[in-house]
Every structure is written in structure tokens, then in C-alpha cells.
Design a protein around this ligand. Structure first.
Ligand SMILES: [Zn+2]
Ligand SMILES: [Zn+2]
Length: 174
């Protein structure tokens, strides 16, 4: 979980309503940016019943994302990891509202067994979370480890080099 977050500007306009990537490198870039969570209150338009999304829901549901273009909520983990080649990893059903169509029934958002709480407790969401964790663990934190290994090899090489160049000298002194 030691992945460093990316702060490049490519994601300033990112939108969870857009199709999620399937290739590993782009997925990793998405993961490094984390869930798309716009916070200014004017992002959230009221629906006909006067309700709207609330940014404090991000605290309770860290996977929660919001699409300004669709005025709908999505799940970061399910969007990236619930499907493999279009097939649910869980083998069961996925809630496409949180993956592709967007959830916007704000009245039901926090109701028990509905909306966000249903999403949080669903089997496909649990599978997606697991796939997300596996993805993170399988990703080497190369920026932190590779230079150290590289340096160690360089030192070993120079030590070997010094020894081999020294031995004729050493022999000459005897
Ligand atoms: Zn980036
Ligand atoms: Zn989910």
C-alpha cells in the first residue's frame, strides 16, 4: 500500500462516467490518483425532489466517486476491478449503476440495504476490493527499491574490480 499518489494534471478533468481502462499500466495510473471525489458544493445539483449528493459521504465510503457530467455516483474499486474482460470477477451479479450508468437515487442513498450501503455490502464490491488490494500488492514500489539494489550491485562490482586490479600489484610487492 506504499504506492505514491500521482499529482499530474492529466486527471484534473477526470470523470468516473468515462470508460475505465483495462490495461495494467493505465489502471495503475488511475489507482495512483485514487477515487475521483470533487468537493465544491456547486458540483452537486439538486434532483427534482430537492436532494443532492453530499461530499461528506466520501468520508464514510472512501471508494465513492462523483461524476459532475452525469450528476451521479460511482464506485472506484468496482469501476476498475469488478469486471475482467466484461465478466464479473465475483462470478455473480455486479451493480452496473456504480460501474457504468451511475447512481443518483439520493433519497435511497443511505437507506439500509439500498444505495451506497447496499453497494458497500455487496459480494461483487467485496471481490473488487480484494482485486484492488491484490493489484496493489503485485505492484512493485520500484521507485523506492530499485535504486538501492542498483547501488548495491554497483558497489559489489567496484569492489570486485578493485580486488582483481589489486592482485597483480599485491603479487608484485611480494
Ligand atoms: Zn498522474
Ligand atoms: Zn463497489
Amino acid at each position: 500500500m506504499a504506492l505514491q499518489l500521482c499529482t499530474c494534471l492529466e486527471f484534473l478533468e477526470s470523470d468516473p462516467a468515462l470508460k475505465a481502462p483495462t490495461d495494467r499500466a493505465t489502471k495503475l495510473h488511475y489507482v495512483k490518483h485514487g477515487a475521483i471525489q470533487p468537493k465544491p458544493a456547486d458540483c452537486f445539483k439538486r434532483s427534482d425532489d430537492g436532494r443532492c449528493f453530499r461530499s461528506d459521504w466520501y468520508l464514510r465510503f472512501p471508494w465513492l466517486e462523483y461524476s459532475i457530467s452525469k450528476q451521479a455516483a460511482f464506485c472506484f474499486h468496482c469501476r476498475l476491478f469488478a469486471l475482467e474482460n466484461g465478466i464479473p470477477c465475483s462470478g455473480g451479479q455486479v451493480d452496473t449503476a456504480f460501474i457504468s450508468s451511475g447512481f443518483n437515487n439520493w433519497k435511497k442513498a443511505l437507506e439500509k440495504g439500498r444505495g451506497l450501503r447496499k453497494q458497500a455490502d455487496s459480494q461483487s464490491h467485496a471481490f473488487a476490493e480484494k482485486a484492488y488490494r491484490n493489484f496493489m500488492q503485485a505492484t512493485p514500489v520500484d521507485s523506492q527499491h530499485r535504486p538501492v539494489i542498483y547501488l548495491k550491485r554497483e558497489i559489489e562490482k567496484s569492489v570486485v574490480g578493485r580486488n582483481s586490479s589489486k592482485s597483480p600489484d599485491a603479487a608484485a610487492h611480494i
